[in-house]
Design a protein around this ligand. Structure first.
Ligand SMILES: [Zn+2]
Length: 207
């Protein structure tokens, strides 16, 4: 059995969505060894920081919130698709060449995985690609970018997926991961009444 960590490090100067200052996590210590006898950290963090899971409530007012997402959606077999030859975006035509099974969790490995910063014009999933994945009845989709779409007015890819209860995993690091089948562990922390949360995502081969 081999375990692959596909999560980003979380720290103040880490890559954040489009490099926006207000999206940077803020760390402070409630107690340290100068003021007390224990160390306790406080973090002020946007839930879409680093590797994280989006639930439908992120874009749909009546969508499912994070705490009710079934664990079998995020602890599950999954398939990594190598799409590193795609430029700019992932469309239906890129996905049609792959074998995508019903109820699978699909991870999209793109050129983004070979970049460290992720704040520029990352490769994203377009509307036709989201519709194709929806029609394949997958349970979740992940991407190696801090957003699954960028600069698409009204966020069609998110909404198409969320309307079918398909969860979205963003901020994956897949550079060392080959195309193929794995077991995915991507359970978010159990916050109530929120739309997303950070995840320590790992892939396991040979489970
Ligand atoms: Zn997000």
């Amino acid at each position: 059995m081999k375990i692959y960590d596909i999560s980003m490090d979380i720290y103040h100067d880490m890559p954040v969505y489009k490099g926006k200052t207000e999206k940077r996590p803020l760390f402070s210590a409630d107690s340290d060894y100068r003021t007390g006898s224990v160390y306790e950290t406080r973090v002020e963090i946007n839930m879409h920081t680093g590797t994280h899971l989006d639930s439908p409530y992120h874009m749909l007012e009546d969508g499912e919130k994070l705490e009710s997402i079934s664990l079998d959606k995020v602890i599950t077999r999954c398939t990594v698709l190598d799409l590193t030859d795609a430029n700019d975006k992932i469309s239906k035509a890129d996905l049609e060449r792959k074998n995508i099974k019903e109820s699978d969790f699909i991870l999209l490995k793109t050129k983004n995985s070979h970049e460290d910063i992720l704040e520029g014009d990352f490769i994203y999933l377009d509307k036709s690609g989201a519709e194709y994945l929806r029609d394949k009845k997958i349970k979740g989709v992940g991407i190696d970018a801090l957003g699954i779409e960028r600069n698409q007015p009204d966020h069609p890819a998110h909404k198409i997926l969320f309307k079918e209860g398909i969860v979205v995993l963003e901020g994956l690091r897949l550079s060392g991961i080959e195309e193929g089948e794995y077991f995915l562990f991507a359970a978010p922390i159990k916050l109530k009444n929120v739309e997303a949360a950070p995840v320590r995502a790992v892939l396991v081969k040979g489970l």
